[in-house]
Design a protein around this ligand. Structure first.
Ligand SMILES: [Zn+2]
Length: 236
């Protein structure tokens, strides 16, 4: 259910730089699952509810910057796109014909890399502003919690997304290279095997480390990739 993209009537829609954005309600749930416990329990000062809401805003802004990185690179290739934020994070998808990933291999690699890159740039700005600073205790909001979420979100999210697991950005980058070296058909099979092995091993490691949500997420896309591999080979 967390992974569904079907509309529920509780979506938020707006445009930023002319790019349509839709935020699915499960996006907020995912943000609470990932950061809620840390924000409410481990920081002194601030009102826990205010801290939580502001940190949800920080997660929202960070993932939006990530997706707008993809959109900017798509715009470079003259592909208008829209952004969806949902229970698994976010994605940017071209609008009006033509999939981003049917184009040249280097286009695919650069578009996939632009999302994490945008977040690394944002992380640099956040560290410039807050690194090594003492945050005075404030009764309304814990700036320490805000800085923590902003840093972790903009470091862990792009690094995780660069794992060579389809359909993550790293998986797309990996697939771009395997297609360059092995051609479309064999390249896709190799990219799926790399996804399955990496995803399967990491799912087990995350479960062992007690990171249930990430483990389920990786197990889910690993099963999905395995089915994709089977369907792909029977279709060809
Ligand atoms: Zn991305």
């Amino acid at each position: 259910m967390l992974f569904q993209v079907e509309e529920t009537g509780y979506e938020i829609r707006f445009q930023v730089f002319g790019v349509p954005v839709m935020v699915h309600p499960y996006f907020w749930l995912m943000a609470v699952i990932l950061f809620g416990n840390d924000v409410v329990r481990y920081f002194d000062g601030g009102n826990p509810l205010v801290n939580l809401l502001v940190c949800l805003g920080v997660v929202f802004g960070s993932i939006l910057v990530h997706e707008l990185g993809h959109v900017a690179m798509m715009a470079w290739y003259r592909m208008p796109a829209r952004v969806v934020l949902y229970g698994m994070g976010g994605y940017a998808t071209p609008v009006g014909g033509g999939s981003a990933f049917r184009r040249g291999m280097w286009d695919q690699i650069l578009i996939a890399f632009a999302g994490p890159l945008a977040q690394f740039v944002l992380l640099g700005l956040i560290l410039l502003l807050g690194y090594g600073r003492e945050f005075p205790l404030n009764p309304v909001i814990s700036w320490e919690a805000v800085f923590y979420v902003a840093t972790v979100c903009n470091l862990v999210w792009p690094v995780f997304n660069l794992l060579p697991i389809l359909p993550l950005d790293g998986g797309r980058i990996c697939q771009g290279f395997t297609r360059i070296f092995q051609g479309h058909y064999q390249g896709d099979i190799t990219a799926l095997w790399i996804s399955i092995i990496t995803g399967g091993v990491l799912a087990v490691l995350f479960f062992q480390a007690g990171s249930f949500f990430t483990g389920v997420f990786l197990a889910y896309i690993t099963v999905h990739n395995f089915m994709e591999l089977q369907q792909g080979s029977s279709r060809w």
